[in-house]
Design a protein around this ligand. Structure first.
Ligand code: ADP
Ligand code: MG
Length: 256
């Protein structure tokens, strides 16, 4: 099932799943994230957009613990990520990540891709891991490919497996980095449909995408980035009716 039980308990729900304060990151001399503040509440559906090179992937990768950063704090469920060390243990446990390029393990079957972390990270017995994986593969409409290898699947099918794999660990938040931009046009819809269902099931999502139809349908907040800054953060309704920042308006004109 896509429907993940919302993580219960008032103590947990009162803490945003992600809280970013004053985040700054440099690649060498290049300042790529500038004073980013962002709070992602439980059940929020946030779409991040902006021109290429504006820092969207880097931001997502910082939340996922894939990138060190130099200044500011990132808290996941109230626990601060380390700034210097790649804090993979905490971040990976709490976040599910879906990349543009699927990143499935080519030498493992679809099922084994999905059960790997369940077995190695959560130490689930094989049978239970397979049951969980099959539930998620069913939810993304691809249970019949459980024994196939990634190379035997279309791009859209691989991306749906990648989503199922990320969901297997029951993450607090799902992070998507342009999940449909590597897909042929006819496969985009099948992936977006899965993401729309996921949004409907209450999973907290931060999604980098230029699919503005999707953003309009599922996002409750839109973050627009430019040159390493968040230059606009608005409710979806406000953003689409009157994106205030000139750069955001220009960007919308180029992609719509
Ligand atoms: P976006 O996802 O919005 O296109 P990125 O976060 O990928 O932007 O990149 C932001 C800036 O950081 C760009 O100028 C990019 O060239 C640079 N950058 C990204 N990754 C690296 C890296 N590993 N090393 C050096 N520079 C990088
Ligand atoms: Mg990117």
């Amino acid at each position: 099932m896509l429907a993940q039980a919302p993580h219960p308990g008032p103590a947990v729900q009162s803490i945003p799943h992600v809280r970013i304060d004053g985040l700054n990151k440099w690649f060498g001399a290049m300042h790529v994230l500038k004073n980013i503040d962002l709070s992602v509440g439980a059940g929020a559906r946030i779409v991040v957009c902006g021109p290429s090179g504006s820092g969207k992937s880097t931001l997502i990768r910082c939340i996922n613990g894939l990138e060190p950063f130099q200044k500011g704090t990132i808290q996941l469920d109230g626990t601060a990520l380390g700034r210097n060390a790649r804090d993979t243990a905490t971040a990976r446990r709490l976040t599910g990540m879906v990349f543009q390029s699927f990143n499935l393990f080519p030498h493992l079957t679809v099922l084994a891709n999905c059960t790997l972390a369940l077995r190695l990270v959560l130490l689930k017995p094989a049978r239970e891991a397979e049951e969980i994986a099959m539930q998620h593969l069913t939810a993304v409409h691809i249970p019949e490919k459980a024994q196939a290898y990634p190379a035997q699947l279309s791009g859209g099918q691989q991306q749906r497996v990648a989503i199922a794999r990320a969901l297997c660990l029951n993450p607090r938040i799902m992070l998507f980095d342009e999940p449909t931009s590597a897909l042929d046009p006819e496969m985009i819809k099948e992936v977006l449909d899965v993401m729309i269902a996921l949004a409907g099931s209450g999973v907290t999502m931060v999604c980098v995408t230029h699919e503005m139809g999707f953003a309009r349908e599922v996002a409750d907040e839109i973050v627009f980035m430019d040159e390493g800054r968040i230059v606009e953060h608005a409710s979806s309704r406000d953003f689409f009716s009157r994106a205030a920042h000139p750069r955001a308006r220009l960007f919308m004109d180029t992609i719509l």
